[in-house]
Design a protein around this ligand. Structure first.
Ligand code: NAI
Length: 454
């Protein structure tokens, strides 16, 4: 049979595309070599959230006295946390599998390799079988970046160095955990293992953590984790690893830190090696498949969504790209817009961001007014957080009075930020937001409050 659509990769981009295409009546074949749900569901977003929630409960319990709650000898039972995480993941993977069935998607649990194209369509091999499809969607995701740092690959092979995959299944809490890279994965894992009792050191090349996050917000996060006992080595580039030591370069020369285990989280690379892209001539730039705003590649009827195009390596970006792709296939007008994609760091306190930061606005020469309010403007925040230092920062275009960026650190930031994304996406002006009724008392009310400070 010739399928209407063959999808390679069953992560958020691939499985959502399969679901939408199936709903629209297309015959769909989905290849997944590991487990449905991809990195996000099996070894990324979801399992890490299960771990971080346990850490949050423990953190709050440790502060019980502050809130009139009597708690004693609070600690994390790591094995039980991992056990629960596995149950959560299993249930959700089953849910994806059921959605595939419901929408008539054929799933092949095997590695797919593109073999070529003939009059019938694209030929894809998995094992000894060849499958044919009229269209091809590549959603093969990304893999952890493994730069040629001496000792890194050897350490990984011996189990001393872990990526996001292995760390989520580690059975014991290491006494000394060194994390290379103070980006999103590094910080979320620093958060969990710090709560679980490890001595955590984060070695970061830049002079600040959390990469592109608004600098004021990331410095509040930094102070919070320093207070909690995480040791940060900034402006420190890891150059070598030995059996129990991580070496890094600073302006003062080479220094080192001891580690029982090492997490490498220095970014991710698109997963295109061995896919057979060259067999049909798909254009890529350093592994990233080049796509236009409708998710088309340079080859007609070949599309790419998610981390593999490297534009915005986030599961929710992949979801939307998948929908744009299927709409394009169905002849419905749609296009991908990237300027209002929210991002969240699920630390405690959590960070939510969308749109321009103070730094990016300056770089682009945007004429913006910046309003910054402590979250203590919210009654609920004060009622729930003794001594909290949460902040919201909003950038408004001076001429058009539209929202250009919203950055938040503090409770519920992860849930509030989509409202801000909506304001940016729909080009709401300050005056429009002033007319919105926000529920009271909520932390999100600070957005409304901020509109009167502009
Ligand atoms: P990242 O790009 O967020 O951070 C990597 C960090 O490593 C950077 O700050 C970089 O300066 C640093 N670095 C690079 N080489 C170094 C070296 N030799 N020595 C010291 N530091 C070095 O990458 P990360 O954390 O690995 O995350 C990968 C992807 O996964 C990202 O695209 C991220 O968006 C996504 N992700 C998103 C999450 C979320 O939305 N909550 C959670 C986890 C991952």
């Amino acid at each position: 049979m010739v399928y209407d659509l063959i999808i390679i990769g069953g992560g958020p981009g691939g499985y959502l595309a399969a679901e939408r295409a199936g709903q629209a009546g297309l015959s769909v074949l989905l290849f997944e070599k590991h487990a449905l749900g991809g990195v996000c569901l099996n070894e990324g977003c979801i399992p890490s959230k299960a771990l971080l929630n346990s850490a949050k409960i423990a953190d709050y319990a440790k502060l019980g006295k502050r809130y009139g709650v009597i708690t004693e000898n609070v600690s994390l039972d790591h094995a039980a946390v991992i056990d629960r995480k596995n149950k959560v993941v299993r249930g959700l993977v089953m849910g994806v599998s059921m959605k595939m069935k419901k929408n008539g998607v054929t799933v092949v649990n095997d590695k797919a390799v593109i073999e070529g194209r003939d009059a019938e369509g694209f030929r894809v091999r998995a094992g000894d079988s060849i499958y044919t499809g009229q269209r091809l969607l590549i959603a093969s995701g990304s893999v952890p970046a493994m730069p040629p740092i001496p000792g890194l690959v050897e350490g990984y092979e011996s189990g001393y160095v872990m990526t996001n995959r292995e760390i989520l299944d580690m059975t014991q809490i290491p006494e000394k955990l060194v994390i290379i890279g103070g980006g999103v994965i590094g910080l979320e894992m620093a958060s969990y293992f710090n709560s679980a009792g490890s001595k955590v050191t984060v070695v970061e090349m830049l002079d600040h953590i959390a990469g592109p996050t608004d600098r004021e917000i990331s410095s509040i996060l930094y102070k919070n984790y320093k207070r909690k006992g995480v040791d940060f080595r900034l402006s420190a580039k890891v150059t070598r690893l030995s059996d129990n030591e991580v070496f890094y370069e600073t302006t003062e020369g080479v220094q080192s830190v001891q580690a029982d285990k090492v997490l490498v989280s220095i970014g991710r690379s698109p997963n295109t090696r061995g896919l057979g892209l060259e067999a049909i001539g798909v254009e890529a730039d350093r592994g990233r498949i080049i796509t236009d705003e409708t998710m088309k590649t340079n080859i007609s009827e070949v599309y790419a969504v998610g981390d593999v195009n490297g534009v915005s390596m986030l599961a929710h970006t992949a979801y939307r790209e998948a929908e744009v792709c299927i709409n394009t296939i169905l002849g419905k007008k749609d296009r991908m817009r990237y300027h209002a994609i929210p991002s969240v760091i699920y630390t405690n306190p959590e960070v939510g961001s969308v749109g321009e930061t103070e730094e990016s606005a300056k770089e682009k020469g945007l004429d913006v007014k910046i309003v910054k309010l402590p979250l203590s403007y919210s009654g609920r925040y004060v009622a729930e957080n003794s001594g909290g230092d949460g902040v919201i920062k909003i950038l408004v275009d001076r001429k058009y009075q539209t929202i250009q960026g919203v950055h938040m650190i503090g409770s519920y930031a992860s849930e509030i930020i989509y409202g801000a994304a909506m304001m940016i996406e729909t080009e709401m002006r300050v005056e429009d937001i002033r007319q919105i009724v926000f529920p009271h008392p909520t932390v999100g009310e600070v957005i409304r409050e901020a509109m009167w400070e502009i």
